[in-house]
Design a protein around this ligand. Structure first.
Ligand code: SF4
Length: 323
């Protein structure tokens, strides 16, 4: 059986079950890289160009961790995943950057997905993959339809409060995780790209630390897409980055609908879109006097400083609650 590898980084946290179940439905075995660790980070730092952002460097580390265990690596070229919006240019060029920087890779499978160009939508990618893997296109279509249904269910589980990995366990029917706990206490909205929010190595275990403080965490993925879209539509100018829309839409909801006590925004050092979107969200929070903490992540981030700022922020929220 042929093995296809999916790096556990970047948009893994948005799409993994979709692609995993699709390839499994075609009769392939799917493996993912191990959770991010120091060796993966160091591997990425040694091979990626200095100018790129931390999440892309970590992606390189995951590719290296995976490459000798698989027959193919799946690294799609994501241009846009919805009409009239785009994904970051670094994701667009990811297959080329990886191919040219890392030696001895297995063949890369890199369909182009561009909702803004006829002939490059999801179904074209499915047929392209079927041809490449020598699979009957109708079988591929069936596998994709089934995978897409499960992926939507997985997204629904996140909207009920589960993290992507917990939701994956529920999707796979693992016992003991089906009950979604309702905690009580302070509520904090955590904004950022999914790979910053859900990779505990990158963010030094932020979500777990907040939950240990009995804080209820809300993330953009926990919100129904309609809420995000309605807040994005209130912006004076259209934002054409899909990931930026998640942050702006969720941030608007958190501030305007008052359902959290404060916001933590995780951004990556070296990220162009974050530098703009982060500024917009922070300005609005300052204008409205909304408690806001910006945490910038890079390979030099120290745990002590990170923790001090986090604890000070939580203390501020507690004082405000008592007032
Ligand atoms: S959006 Fe920012 S963090 Fe994400 S890949 Fe692009 S530059 Fe890196």
């Amino acid at each position: 059986m042929q093995i296809i590898g999916i790096p556990r980084a970047l948009l893994f946290y948005h799409y993994y079950p979709l692609w995993r179940d699709f390839f499994t439905g075609l009769g392939l075995k799917v493996v993912e890289s191990n959770p991010t660790n120091r060796a993966i980070l160091l591997g990425g730092l040694q091979t990626a160009v200095d100018e790129t952002c931390l999440p892309v460097k970590i992606f390189y580390g995951h590719v290296q961790e995976l490459k000798d265990r698989v027959d193919y690596l799946f690294i799609p070229r994501l241009v846009s995943v919805e009409k009239q919006a785009y994904i970051c240019p670094k994701l667009l060029g990811l297959p080329d950057m990886v191919r040219h920087s890392l030696p001895d890779l297995p063949p890369l499978i890199s369909p182009t997905i561009n909702f803004n160009r006829r002939g490059q939508g999801l179904y074209n990618a499915v047929f392209e993959l079927a041809a490449l893997l020598k699979v009957n296109p109708l079988k591929a279509l069936y596998a994709f339809g089934r995978a897409r249904g499960r992926w939507r269910y997985w997204q629904g589980l996140q909207q009920r409060g589960l993290s992507p990995l917990r939701a994956l366990e529920v999707l796979d029917g693992k016992p003991g995780v089906a009950a979604i706990k309702k905690a009580s206490g302070l509520r904090v909205g955590v904004l950022g790209h999914p790979y910053n929010i859900y990779d505990p190595y990158i963010n030094m275990g932020l979500l777990e630390r907040l939950r240990d403080m009995n804080i209820i965490v809300q993330t953009p993925e926990m919100l129904p897409p309609g809420i995000i879209a309605s807040h994005v539509s209130q912006l004076p100018k259209k934002l054409f980055w899909t990931l930026g829309q998640y942050v702006m839409g969720a941030g608007g909801h958190f501030m305007q609908d008052g359902n959290v006590d404060g916001i933590i925004h995780l951004i990556s050092f070296g990220c162009g879109p974050d530098s703009l979107v982060g500024e917009l969200v922070e300005r609005r929070a300052r204008r409205e006097g909304f408690p806001f903490l910006l945490l910038t992540l890079d390979e030099h981030s120290g745990e002590t400083g990170f923790l001090t700022r986090l604890e000070a922020f939580v203390d501020t929220l507690k004082w405000r609650q008592k007032e």
